[in-house]
Design a protein around this ligand. Structure first.
Ligand SMILES: Cc1ncc(COP(=O)(O)O)c(C=O)c1O
Length: 393
């Protein structure tokens, strides 16, 4: 067996299942605030597109995707990040992926050089668990940058020494962050791009929550934008998804964009790996990337839920509405495993203990004391859940 497999941690939801196995939840409708799975309706206008492209199931798709899909993605990036006309080439700088989860994993397998003397893969802590698993299985060494109240819940990249940069092959950022929903600002992104190029580090930016922002006039900055301002996309890869933006987690559709050389290698890897996107999925994706109305409506629904929950619980626990995402990440300053058990037992509310998303480094687990609340349930369910919680806080 592959000895690296032994390094994989149990997934957070497996840990949660074990933690709560002996609990009889309160006899109330369950509120699933644990898993970050969007629950708003998928955009209905896509049904027509899906129906019209059904014959695509009778053909093998190409790994690089349809030129029309790559172009729709390139156009979206240009509009969203104010890129110069044709700066991002649909042929060289864009690749469709079947959801960012598989792509964030496989990009490390394709690009990490296990024979190099540089061994480190840096990531935020807490983090999306795929980053760590990808590093382990590629033969790299995960290194964790704490995201705490003191660091604004995003990593403090100034904590990395030149030696750290020199030993690093690949650095993950998650912007907006999961679980905090906090942003890395454009100046910081530009500084990161410069550092990465200086030390020959690949920057992998997971931006799958980028469209779930609070302020319609102030969308979060992205790494493509920063890289463009620094003269081009080299050393930079960004990952976007339709799962959260368009409530299509089951479609399995996203893209990676950026450095043409890295993408050429990734494409070759994917050809062997065999994860081309089905043609009907590609046609639906084109329609989804070309429409922003449903995304604005999606943001409106999340904003409503944030406001409602803050109104009910704001005086009982820290409900800091984040810049983006659909999470709350309150610091309850007590054992988060006990909280998850208590809320389940007394209110049938499922949340994820923060420590399951983080690793302990130098005796500190930065997720400890926090819970991750995913405001994915409908507004009424979120209001009812918040009311159930009030007496427990
Ligand atoms: C931070 C982060 N990145 C990536 C993903 C993967 O999303 P998908 O594979 O649906 O694009 C998720 C899903 O929850 C996530 O939270």
């Amino acid at each position: 067996m592959n000895s690296r497999m032994a390094r994989l941690h149990p997934y957070p939801f497996e840990k949660l299942k074990a933690l709560t196995a002996d609990i009889q939840p309160a006899n109330l409708p369950a509120v699933l605030w644990g898993i970050g799975e969007p629950k708003h309706a998928a955009p209905s206008f896509l049904a027509e597109q899906l129906h019209a492209s059904l014959d695509g199931f009778s053909m093998y798709p190409a790994t690089a995707g349809l030129p029309q899909l790559r172009q729709a993605i390139a156009d979206w990036c240009q509009r969203r990040y104010g890129l110069k006309e044709a700066e991002l080439s649909a042929d060289e700088n864009v690749l469709p992926v079947t959801g960012t989860r598989e792509a964030l994993f496989s990009v490390v397998q394709a690009l990490f050089d296990a024979d190099s003397s540089k061994n480190d893969v840096w990531m935020p802590n807490p983090f999306y668990q795929i980053y760590e698993g990808a590093a382990f299985l590629a033969g790299g060494e995960p290194r964790y940058l704490p995201c705490t109240f003191d660091t604004g819940y995003q990593p403090d990249f100034n904590a990395l020494s030149d030696a750290d940069w020199d030993n690093c092959q690949l650095l993950f950022i998650c912007n907006p962050g999961n679980p905090s929903g906090r942003l890395i600002e454009l100046d910081q992104l530009r500084a990161l791009v410069k550092k990465a190029r200086e030390h020959d580090v690949i920057l992998v930016s997971d931006e799958c929550y980028s469209e779930l922002y609070r302020d319609e006039n102030n969308p979060p900055p992205g790494l493509l934008q920063a890289a463009s301002l620094e003269g081009g996309f080299d050393h930079c890869l960004v990952f976007h998804s339709l799962s959260k933006r368009s409530n299509l987690p089951g479609l399995r559709s996203g893209f990676v964009a950026g450095d043409a050389d890295l993408l050429a290698t990734f494409l070759r890897y994917r050809t062997y790996h065999g994860c081309a996107m089905p043609l009907p999925t590609q046609h639906v994706s084109i329609a989804a990337w070309n429409d922003e109305r449903h995304v604005a409506e999606n943001r409106r629904l999340y904003n409503q839920k944030y406001q409602a929950v803050q109104q009910i619980l704001g005086d009982k626990m820290p409900v800091d509405i984040p810049d983006a995402s659909f999470y709350l990440w309150p610091n309850l300053e007590t054992d988060d495993e006990q909280i998850a058990r208590l809320w389940l037992e007394k209110a049938n509310i499922h949340v994820l203990p923060g420590q399951y998303l983080s690793r302990q480094v130098d005796g500190i687990n930065p997720g400890y004391g926090h819970v991750r609340i995913a405001l994915v349930a409908e507004l009424d369910a979120c209001i009812e859940a918040a009311e159930r919680l009030r007496p427990l806080l």
